[in-house]
Structure formats: C-alpha cells, structure tokens
Ligand binder design. Structure first.
Ligand code: BES
Ligand code: MN
Ligand code: ZN
Length: 495
C-alpha cells in the first residue's frame, strides 16, 4: 500500500473516499464540518435522521454527496468527545479501515489526523494510521494454492490540516519502515516448522545482509562446540536440523560507538523435547521463533530508516524435539559462561539457548543488550495478551523501554527481578537448575537469564502472550517490533 501526507481541505479532495469523524451526539470533527458546509448540511441531515449516532466505531458510507468531489464519504463514530483518547482513536481508525475495505475504493483520504487525542501529537496519529492500514491489508497466503483476492485499496493519503512539516514526514517514513519490519516478522512467524528451520532463518539473515549491506555471521554446531556453548547445543541434540547462531551487524554510526545488541529466541519448533508438551494447540509452538523474527524485523526497519546507531542482532536457533540423543531430565551441561546447569525440564529450552547467546553478546562490547523471547506460559497467565513482560537489571533502561512501548502502542509491563526469587533455581548437583517451580514462572526464567548478563546493561522481554494470536484470528502480530524500533529511534535521537 502506498502512503502519503497531503495538505488540502477535505471538501476539495478528489478521491474514491474521504473519511471523517463524528462524535456521539452528532458533533462533527473539523474535516467533517468543512464537508458539511459545502454539502449544504447533507451530513448533518443524515445524522439528524439517526443513521449515524456517532457511537465509537460505527460507520456509514455516503455516496454522491452533493457538492463533494470525492465519490464517497465515510463517516466514522468517535464516541464521546470528552472520552476520546488513544484507544478510541485506534478503534475509530480500525473501524474506518474495515468499512473502507468493504467498498471498492482504490484510494482514500483519512481525515482522522485532525482529531485531538489527549497527550498525542500529529506524528503519533500518522504513525498509528499507517501501521493499522498496513495491518489491515497484510495477507499470509503464500502457502495457499489460490491466493486470496488482493484488497482494492492501494493508496492512502493522510490529510494534514497544516503544511506537512518535517515531523509529519519523518513520522510517515518511520511508520512505513516499522510496517515493513512487522510484515517480515509476521511472515516468518507464521511459517510452519517444516519450512522455517534454523537453516531457513540463517538463509533469511544472509539474504537480508545482502540487501542492506550488513555483516552476517552464521556459527555452525562445530563452531559453537569450540566456544563451549553446550547449553545451546543440548537443545539441538534431539533434532535432525542443525542449530545455528546467527549474527547481523548494522553500522549506522561511528565504528567506535558501542552497539545495542538484540538477542532473539529462535526455537523454530518447541515440542518440549523429552518433557513433551500436551498435544492440544502444539502447532502454535512454531511461533517459538517470534523473538528471532522480531529482531530481524526491527533490524530491517532501522536499516530502511538508515538510523544513525550501531545495532547487532544475535539469534540462537534450534528445534526442540524428543529423540534418542535428546537431553533428558536430570542431565547436566556446562554453559559457555562456565556455569553448570541441571536440566530438570527439557521444555525450559529457551533459557538454555539464550544463556549462551547472552554470554556471546558480550564480545560486541555492548552499550545495552535486550533479549526478546516467547519464554514462559506463566507470562501469559500474568499479563494476558496485552502487555509483554519486561525485566531489567537497570531501572533507567526499563523506563526507556516502557516509554517506547507506550509511544508505539506496543506496551510492556515492568516485572520484579529481585534476588529473593533466585533461590528457586538452586540445584543440589549443578550451579543452577533450569526451572524454578510453578510460582512466579516468568520471573524465575528471567532470574535464570540474569545470571549470564552481569557484565552489561540488560533487559528481557517475555513476548509469550503478545507475539501471536490464537483461535480464528491465528497469526503472528509483529510485536514487539514497534516497541523495539521506537526505543532505537529514541536512542539515536539522544545521541
Ligand atoms: N515456548 C515455551 C513458552 C510458551 C508456552 C510460550 C506457551 C507461549 C505459550 C517455553 O519454551 C516453555 O515451554 N516454557 C515452559 C517452562 C516451564 C517448563 C518451566 C512453560 O512455560 O511451560
Ligand atoms: Mn519449551
Ligand atoms: Zn520454547
């Protein structure tokens, strides 16, 4: 889909559809008011007749409105003006897109950016419109023999009351890059385990390196063996697919500037291993590489934006399957850090691959390391599908990530990482065990990782509840690409 910003008056817009808002009680938004004047109160009459009550997300398509050059006018309800904030804005945008796609409009002009949203500026509104529009036309039909019909809507213009300033233009460019990063993340996430293997992810990274002139390094199992990554390798023992450790380096700033390292969990299928998962919904464990997909999507976004920052992504990738040579409960392995781990549950494999990747990350002399992982079912119980779990060894970093998530409408929630939880990982036979019992499952998982990240500033995002949707709408969400990209944009701006 093509996006642009356009400064012009809603009444003069020649297009298939103009989209304007109506508050509950029939109060018109500024753009709707302008249309109404030219149309000799046609809009007010329709509203007075009761066909559009202005209730949030209600929509009404009007054809051939007198005096208006656009073929259609789409009215969208905004709810009570006093209650109109970020969530209501997004509900209205999504409803407009839904109604727009039901028409045959090939292009449209959105006049929702003129709505006052508490605490949000025009740049934010532009970004949200672009991201939701991109989401509304995203298809995942490469594996269907007959792809679904492409949406009619090709072009979306965002009406700008004032001259489109550089802030608006920058917001548009950033939003396009984030949307393209999210599309990559979703596409990779949705691919089944028989296609998206560790080798496939490595090939994708290599292709991306070519397109965006990045440095790519793929470590094979024998390389990892030499580095002493026995924790990571213990996970791939049960699989016929070789594990890979994938690294991409993006240099957007001076060589001397320390990079931000993003580490993404890349388990391309998690059966649980010998601690086999129950069968119901096990297919969803193809999404256990969404952390990896999100760091690839984020890197693509910042490469497209040419962000002035150095960023490295590291992806420990493996399958987790049961087999004669798979790890068994009770096995003890030595991690690259030298610390030994008693594997009491082979289904807690994410932390086993991440710990070695986090030790490896230190070689980039990072400014900051953030890992992203579909790590625990417990995080889904704690936060549902709304917020990602956020853990950090530095409060300032946690606050920056929370703020980025809030700004990008891709929120996280700060969870505790107190020492009081560490004892749950005590083992009688090794330096630690890989599970901490049922209580505080997402916290003890983060505690486990914290034992490998003492040398640098670090945060961990548990995206088990936010990376994909189940049920009828099953599919990867592209989260937390918006959060991560916004964080990196903010970091580049602070330099
Ligand atoms: N990939 C799963 C986490 C997961 C489970 C994400 C369900 C989304 C939905 C992870 O590898 C896992 O299996 N974790 C275990 C840990 C437990 C054995 C301590 C879990 O959450 O059950
Ligand atoms: Mn698991
Ligand atoms: Zn897993």
């Amino acid at each position: 889909m093509e996006f642009s910003i356009k400064q012009s008056n809603s009444e003069k817009q020649r297009s298939a559809c103009v989209v304007v808002g109506v508050y509950a009680g029939g109060k018109l938004s500024p753009a709707a008011l302008a249309l109404d004047r030219i149309a000799q109160h046609h809009l007010s009459e329709v509203i007075a007749r009761g066909d559009m009550d202005g209730k949030l997300a209600n929509t009404l398509v009007l054809h051939r409105v007198p005096g208006i050059v656009a073929e259609r006018v789409l009215l969208v309800g905004l709810g009570k003006a006093a209650e109109f904030s970020a969530k209501q804005f997004i509900d209205a945008v999504r409803a407009s897109l839904g109604a727009l796609h039901k028409t045959a409009s090939k292009d449209a002009v959105f006049y929702l950016t003129d709505l006052a949203v508490k605490g949000r500026d025009e740049a934010w509104k532009i970004k949200q419109c672009v991201l939701h529009a991109a989401e509304s036309v995203f298809r995942c039909d490469q594996l269907k023999s007959k792809p679904a019909d492409a949406p009619a809507l090709r072009k979306l213009q965002l009406g700008c009351a004032d001259k489109p300033g550089t802030a608006a233009q920058t917001a548009l460019e950033q939003a396009k890059a984030i949307a393209s990063g999210m599309a990559l993340t979703k596409t990779l996430g949705n691919l089944p385990g028989n296609i998206c293997t560790p080798t496939y992810l490595a090939d994708q990274a290599t292709a991306m390196a070519k397109t965006h002139k990045l440095k790519v390094t793929i470590l094979e199992e024998k390389d990892m063996e030499k580095l002493g990554m026995h924790s990571l390798l213990s996970v791939s023992h049960g699989s016929r697919q070789p594990a890979k450790l994938i690294t991409l380096e993006y240099q957007g700033a001076d060589k001397k500037q320390k990079p931000i390292v993003l580490v993404g969990k890349g388990i391309t299928f998690d059966s649980g291993g010998i601690s086999l998962k129950p069968g119901a919904e096990m297919d969803e464990m193809k999404y256990d590489m969404c952390g990896a997909a999100s760091v690839l999507g984020t890197l693509q976004a910042i490469a497209e934006m040419k962000l002035k920052l150095n960023v490295v992504i590291v992806i420990p990738s493996s399958e987790n399957l049961p087999d004669g040579s798979a790890s068994k409960p009770g096995d003890i392995v030595k991690s690259m850090s030298g610390q030994t781990i008693e594997i009491l549950n082979t289904d807690a494999e994410g932390r086993l691959v991440l710990c070695d990747a986090l030790t490896y990350a230190a070689r980039f002399e990072p400014d900051t390391v953030v890992d992203i992982a579909t790590l625990t079912g417990a995080c889904v119980i704690a936060l549902g599908h709304v917020a990602s779990g956020l853990f950090s060894n530095e409060d300032k970093l946690a606050k920056e990530l929370l703020a980025a998530g809030d700004e990008a409408q891709d929120r996280a929630w700060h969870m505790p990482l107190w020492d009081d939880y560490q004892q749950q990982l005590d083992s009688n036979f090794a330096d630690m065990q890989n599970i901490g019992g049922r209580a505080a499952g997402s916290i003890t998982a983060a505690c486990f990782l914290s034992r490998f990240t003492k040398d640098y500033r670090w945060a961990h995002l548990d995206i088990a509840g936010t990376a994909w949707k189940s049920g009828k709408e099953k599919g990867a969400t592209g989260r937390p690409v918006p959060l991560l990209t916004q964080y990196l944009i903010n970091r580049a701006a602070a330099k």
